[in-house]
Every structure is written in structure tokens, then in C-alpha cells.
Design a protein around this ligand. Structure first.
Ligand SMILES: *[C@@H]1O[C@H](CO)[C@@H](O)[C@H](O)[C@H]1NC(C)=O
Ligand SMILES: *[C@@H]1O[C@H](CO)[C@@H](O)[C@H](O)[C@H]1NC(C)=O
Ligand SMILES: *[C@@H]1O[C@H](CO)[C@@H](O)[C@H](O)[C@H]1NC(C)=O
Length: 426
């Protein structure tokens, strides 16, 4: 393989040089995964990304998105950090117990990933003409804590906040610059005061996800409860200088909620749909009064009958509905939230048995929405065409392990995490 030879040659050249140039690690930084005669990269309308989260070296895997919504694996790029796996079940998928381990910003043309085992965050630039060829910007920076697990960009892609879920836990935010990289923002290092370990112990009691509220006036982190004690949404106010309030407001989900996991903004409502591994979903009305620290206003819970652990979610602009994944039942559950914030189940779509559907994202291609679901245990990505409310259909099953093996990229079902996408011309 040409790539192997050239990398080895470069390593030899550097190693034999007498100058003080630091020797790079003996690891390829890029691995090509495209099929022979590949033309998908040049006709791509965007890219979908997830991470290997391997303790031996974390890679961002990029697949091109075709105009038909189908994915083609193209390239894996080293984050120059390492992954990790939460305790105690080292063999289980969903290593970080979170959503948002890797995030792309369409407006900022950047992508960031956590390196949970290095306590760092890596930033890459995205070239819209070739979105699968990521370029690392500078070096990974400290995440402001231990076991970083989730990331949130503001809409402009100029601010990034990280959620740390380990022994030293909480949030920390950074300015994003395409040449200077990430620089910490003063007064954004805030503790969650969780009694946690590094790596984190979970899923119960672990940090889940960090997001900006729709108007970007608040930063919200979700934390799973330890049954029978419900978890919380930790809410910080964001000042005009981007600093965070010293303390967070802790809000429990409405009665019945237990393990708040992913959070997806409900457009135009100052509210959030959170998946809840213990019941299905929580609706969090951010404008409600929170009597006794429990979510008020129009907050509620959605009981998804027969659910196992509903943990990940995305919103579709095409159908107006939310799509939730369950790691145990492997159902995608489509949920409608009406003008009064009342949630109802629209439809469910089975993705198989034992595939462990975890992180997902939805991208709009020519006004059509496509959902990318990481089926971690099967080392696959399931692609759904959302079409219309209640009318999603299976479009593609993308194999990860075959192309990874051919490229010499280490992937494990238990470590794969994250799903995010970038569209070149929206
Ligand atoms: C923290 O968690 C450990 C392990 O579960 C437990 O033994 C300890 O009592 C906890 N400490 C506090 C202050 O809750
Ligand atoms: C959720 O629905 C199931 C099935 O109807 C029921 O057994 C369960 O008690 C419900 N859970 C809650 C918390 O209401
Ligand atoms: C993952 O696959 C293994 C082997 O097929 C199976 O035993 C296990 O139950 C699966 N785990 C999940 C969470 O689906």
C-alpha cells in the first residue's frame, strides 16, 4: 500500500534526522477507506462523522453524503488523542454514556471531537469542497476536566463548550478560531460536583450531553439519576462576554423522569426534548416555574411503552418531528411535539436485533432529510430516508468494520461513538 510505505519513509526520515525536530508518533494520521474506483468524494454534498474512541488512538471517521443521502466511507483522521471507555461494563457499546462526542459546525466550517482518555478536545477545519478531508488545527487542548464526553458549538461556530464527566467534572468553553484553534474563555470553567470517577462510572449517575439553549442565553448539561433519585438538567446563564454564571440551576425532569440523556431543542418554543433512558423522553419547558426544583410549566414525560434505554435524539426540519434511538430495543421512535409541548409517538422503525442503535444525526439534502444512526454493536451505520411524518424508510446499511480492516484502522463495537454531519451548500 502506497500510504504505508510513504508514512514509514517519512518516519524514517524524521527519526534519522539529527535536528531537534520532535519525532512524530509511529502511527498514520490519515487512513483512506474509500472503495476502489471511488467517485463519491467528488460528488459529495456533505459528510457524516463519528469517532473510533480507541484507547490506542482516537480517529474521526468521515463518510461522504451523496445527493441521494447514501454514505460512502472515505477517510479516518487521527485526533492526536486517545479514547476511553466508561466503567464497569467495558464490553458494552456506548463507551462514553453520551451524545455529542463529535460535533461539526456548518456555519463555522469546523469539527471538534473529545479525546476522553487524554482529557483533551481536538479541532479540525472542514473544507466544504472536500468535507471528508479534515485538517487538524494546532494541537488538542485540555478539556478543563477529566473524561470529556460531549461538545456543543454555538450557531456561528465561534464558541465551543465541553462537558467533562470524570472525577473532575463540569463544563468549560473555548473561543474557536480557524487558525489559532481553541482558547479557553474566562469564567466558563464550572463544576457539576458529581461524585464520579475517571473513567466515569455509568450509565446511572453519569454526565450525558451539553447544548446551548435556542437563543444561546443558557448552557445546559444533562446528568442521569441514580435510581430512585432522578437526574438533573444543570443550567448556566451565559453573559454577553460569554462567561457562565458561577452556579448552575438544577432542574429535575417532570415527575416520572429519571435518566435525562440527549437534549434536542424544540424549535421556537424555549424548550427541549430530552431522551430519558428510564422512561422514554422528558419535555423540559425552560420558561416554566420549577417548583421544588422539578421542571414546571408545560414540562412532561413521554412513556415509550416497551422501551429499553432511549438515549439519543435528533430533529427533522422536513417532517417537524423528533427521532429517538434505543440501544436495547433498536427501535427508532418518531415523536411529534405539538404547539402546547405535548409529545406523542408517531411511528417506530425497527433497525434489527442486537445492533445497539446509539448516536444519530439528521441532515437535509435538497430539502430531503436523512437520518444517520450508529449501530455500534454491528459496526454499521443505518441510513433512513425520513420522507414525511410517519413515513420513514430504510435506505442503506453501511458496513464500518470491513473498510476499517482494509485500511488498517482499529475499530471496536464497544468504543465507537458519536454522529454529526456537515452539508456543503445548505
Ligand atoms: C461517592 O461514590 C462512592 C462510590 O459509589 C461512594 O462510596 C461514596 O460514598 C460517594 N461519596 C459521596 C460524598 O457521596
Ligand atoms: C409506562 O407504560 C407502561 C406500559 O403501559 C407501564 O407498565 C409503566 O408503568 C409506565 N411507566 C410509568 C412511569 O408511567
Ligand atoms: C452486542 O452483540 C453481542 C454479540 O452478538 C451480544 O451478545 C450483545 O447482547 C449485543 N449487545 C447489545 C447492547 O446489543
Amino acid at each position: 500500500m502506497k500510504l504505508t510505505i510513504s508514512s514509514v519513509m517519512i518516519s524514517v526520515l524524521i527519526a534519522s534526522s539529527v535536528s531537534a525536530v520532535p519525532v512524530r508518533r509511529h502511527q498514520k494520521n490519515k487512513m483512506m477507506m474509500a472503495p476502489k474506483g471511488n467517485s463519491a468524494a467528488s460528488s459529495a454534498v456533505g459528510a457524516a462523522y463519528f469517532i473510533t474512541n480507541e484507547p490506542s488512538g482516537n480517529f474521526v471517521v468521515a463518510a461522504s453524503i451523496g445527493s441521494d443521502g447514501k454514505l460512502t466511507l472515505q477517510q479516518a483522521t487521527s485526533s492526536e488523542g486517545v479514547g476511553s471507555h466508561g466503567l464497569p461494563d467495558l464490553a458494552g457499546p456506548d463507551a462514553l454514556f453520551t451524545q455529542g462526542a463529535v460535533k461539526a459546525s456548518n456555519d463555522g466550517q469546523v469539527l471538534a471531537t473529545v479525546n476522553a482518555g487524554s482529557n483533551t478536545v481536538s479541532l479540525f477545519s472542514i473544507d466544504p469542497k472536500n468535507p471528508t478531508a479534515l485538517q487538524l488545527i494546532g494541537k488538542p487542548v485540555g478539556s478543563g476536566g477529566e473524561f470529556p464526553v460531549s461538545l456543543a458549538f454555538n450557531k456561528a461556530g465561534s464558541m465551543l463548550c465541553a462537558l467533562n464527566g470524570g472525577f473532575v467534572n463540569g463544563v468549560a468553553c473555548f473561543n474557536v478560531d480557524k487558525t489559532k484553534g481553541l482558547t479557553p474563555i474566562a469564567n466558563t470553567l464550572r463544576s457539576l460536583s458529581l461524585n464520579q470517577t475517571t473513567p466515569a462510572t455509568g450509565p446511572a449517575g453519569s454526565a450525558s450531553h451539553v447544548i446551548f439553549s435556542e437563543d444561546e442565553s443558557q448552557l445546559i448539561a444533562s446528568v442521569k439519576g441514580v435510581p430512585p433519585t432522578p437526574g438533573i438538567f444543570a443550567i448556566w446563564d451565559i453573559a454577553s462576554d460569554k462567561s457562565l454564571s458561577s452556579n448552575f440551576k438544577a432542574v429535575q425532569p417532570a415527575t416520572g423522569g429519571l435518566l435525562p440523556f440527549s437534549m434536542t431543542v424544540i424549535p421556537g418554543k424555549n424548550a427541549v426534548l430530552a431522551t430519558d433512558a428510564g422512561i422514554g423522553a422528558d419535555i423540559l419547558d425552560l420558561s416554566g416555574e420549577n417548583a421544588g426544583g422539578v421542571a414546571g410549566g408545560k414540562s412532561s414525560i413521554l412513556n415509550i411503552t416497551g422501551q429499553g434505554a432511549t438515549c439519543w435524539s435528533s430533529h427533522s426540519t422536513q417532517t417537524g418531528n423528533f427521532y429517538l434511538t434505543d440501544i436495547l430495543t433498536n427501535e427508532v421512535t418518531e415523536v411529534n411535539v405539538d404547539d402546547n409541548l405535548k409529545p406523542t409517538i408517531v411511528q417506530q422503525y425497527s433497525q434489527g436485533t442486537g445492533v445497539a442503535t446509539i448516536d444519530n444525526d439528521i441532515a437535509t439534502v435538497n430539502k430531503q432529510d436523512f437520518m444517520f444512526v450508529l449501530a455500534a454493536n454491528a459496526t454499521q451505520v443505518k441510513v433512513l430516508s425520513l420522507n414525511a411524518p410517519g413515513k420513514a424508510t430504510a435506505l442503506q446499511t453501511l458496513d464500518i468494520s470491513g473498510p476499517a480492516k482494509s485500511a488498517g484502522l482499529t475499530v471496536n463495537a464497544a468504543n465507537l461513538q458519536g454522529m454529526t454531519s456537515f452539508i456543503s451548500s445548505a
